[in-house]
Write a protein that binds this ligand. Structure first.
Ligand code: ZN
Ligand code: ZN
Length: 358
C-alpha cells in the first residue's frame, strides 16, 4: 500500500509502497479516509524536529476499522479518529487526571513496517496516517459516528482538540473575557472558533499574513491585527487600556511568546499552544514576572482526554455548534500531499486535508 514517506530532514517527500505487519493482540488495521497536514508534520520534514527516518508522516486522521487483532474490541466498520497520545491509564499522570502528559507517550517516531526494499520504517507519533492504512493499538483510536464527514472528523484528532482544549480546559475562557490569538494555522483558527463558542469578546487575531484576515473573521475573530509596532497600543485600545485576559500563542517561538506576554493584562494568562525549539530562549525580567502577576503555561494536546472529548466534539460538529468550515482550505490526493506541505510552509491557507477514495 501507498504512504507519504520522508527519507531525511529536508529531502523531498515521496509517495512510496510500504508494508505494515498484520494487527497483533489489541491492535487494529484502519483504512484512512482523511488526514490533515499539520505543522508538526512540517517540522519533521524541514528538520525542526529530527526523529528517525525513513518516516511515514501524518498524525491527524480519521478512518474505518477494517481488521481487529486478537482481543481488540472495536468492531470492523467503525469510523474512528486517530489519537496520537493514547493514555496508558496506569502511570502517575494518568492516575492523577492528566492523561495528556502520559509517561508512555514520548517518542515522535515509532518503528513499524518496512519500505518496499525491506528497510525498517518508522511512523509519526505511533500513527503514520498519510497512508492508505495504519496498524495501531486499540487505545489510539476513538470511535465517532459513521456519518461525520471524514475530512472534519480527521481534524478532531489534532488541531481541533488542541485549540478547543486550550480554550476550554487549559485557559478556561469565560463569556465576556477578552482573547488574543497569535498565529493562525489550523490550531490558531480552532482557538478562535472555541473562543467565540465560549462567548469571549473581543477576540483579536494576530498574524503576519494579511491573507489570513478573512479566515480569522470567519472562524470567530472580532478584529484582525498585524504584529507590528502598533500592536500593543491597538490591543489596549480594545481593552480599556488593560490588555487581554487571555493570550494564546500558536506559533511556538520565543518572540511570539514575548508578544503574547506583552498583550496580556496584569493578572491575565498566556497559554502557549505552539511547539517551539529547544534553543529558542524566552527572556522576561524578574521584575516584570512579579509585577505583572501573569500566568504563563503551556497546553499540551489541549489538556484533554481524547477518549472523553473527541466524541463530544464530534457531536458539536454534527449539530453545527462547532463549524469547522473555515479550517479546511482544500482537499487533496495523497500524490498532491507534497505540494500541500509546500503551501503550509508558505503559510497559505489553514488545513489542507488529504482524502483517500473509498
Ligand atoms: Zn498535529
Ligand atoms: Zn499514562
Amino acid at each position: 500500500m501507498r504512504a507519504l514517506v520522508a527519507r531525511a530532514p529536508g529531502a523531498p517527500l515521496r509517495v512510496e509502497e510500504i508494508r505494515l505487519p498484520a494487527p497483533g493482540p489489541g491492535e487494529l488495521r484502519v483504512r484512512i479516509r482523511a488526514a490533515g497536514v499539520c505543522h508538526s508534520d512540517l517540522s519533521m520534514v524541514n528538520g525542526t524536529l529530527a526523529p528517525a527516518y525513513p518516516l511515514v508522516l501524518g498524525h491527524e486522521a480519521a478512518g474505518v476499522v477494517v481488521e481487529a487483532g486478537p482481543g481488540a474490541a472495536v468492531p470492523v466498520g467503525t469510523q474512528v479518529v486517530l489519537n496520537w497520545a493514547p493514555a496508558c491509564r496506569r502511570c502517575w499522570h494518568c492516575r492523577h487526571g492528566e492523561p495528556w502528559l502520559c509517561a508512555a507517550n514520548t517518542a515522535p517516531a515509532v518503528p513499524r513496517g518496512e519500505t518496499a526494499d525491506g528497510e525498517a520504517l518508522h511512523v509519526t507519533l505511533g500513527l503514520g496516517a498519510f497512508a492508505e492504512e495504519v496498524v495501531v493499538p486499540e487505545a489510539a483510536v476513538v470511535a465517532v459516528p459513521g456519518d461525520l464527514p471524514p475530512e472534519r472528523a480527521a481534524l478532531l484528532g489534532c488541531a481541533v482538540l488542541t485549540g478547543t482544549g486550550a480554550v476550554r480546559n487549559t485557559a478556561r475562557v469565560a463569556a465576556g473575557q477578552s482573547v488574543a490569538v497569535i498565529g493562525l494555522g489550523g490550531v490558531g483558527l480552532s482557538v478562535l472558533t472555541a473562543a467565540r463558542a465560549a462567548g469571549a469578546a473581543p477576540i483579536v487575531a494576530v498574524d503576519v499574513a494579511e491573507a489570513k484576515r478573512g479566515l480569522a473573521l470567519a472562524a470567530g475573530a472580532t478584529h484582525f491585527l498585524a504584529p507590528d509596532d502598533r500592536l500593543s497600543k491597538e490591543i489596549r485600545a480594545l481593552t480599556e487600556g488593560r490588555g487581554v485576559d487571555h493570550a494564546f500563542e500558536c506559533v511556538g517561538r520565543a518572540a511570539t511568546i514575548r508578544t503574547a506576554w506583552r498583550l496580556t493584562r496584569r493578572g491575565g494568562a498566556v497559554t502557549v499552544v505552539g511547539m517551539g525549539g529547544k534553543d529558542d530562549l524566552v527572556s522576561l525580567s524578574a521584575l516584570d514576572i512579579f509585577h505583572s502577576a501573569r500566568t504563563l503555561r503551556s497546553s499540551v494536546y489541549g489538556s484533554s482526554d481524547p477518549d472523553r472529548e473527541v466524541p463530544g466534539l464530534a457531536r458539536e460538529v454534527g449539530d453545527g455548534t462547532l463549524d469547522l468550515t473555515p479550517l479546511i482550505s482544500g482537499l487533496v490526493t495523497l500524490d498532491e500531499a507534497p505540494a500541500a506541505f509546500d503551501r503550509l510552509a508558505r503559510g497559505e491557507g489553514a488545513r489542507w486535508v488529504v482524502t483517500f477514495p473509498d
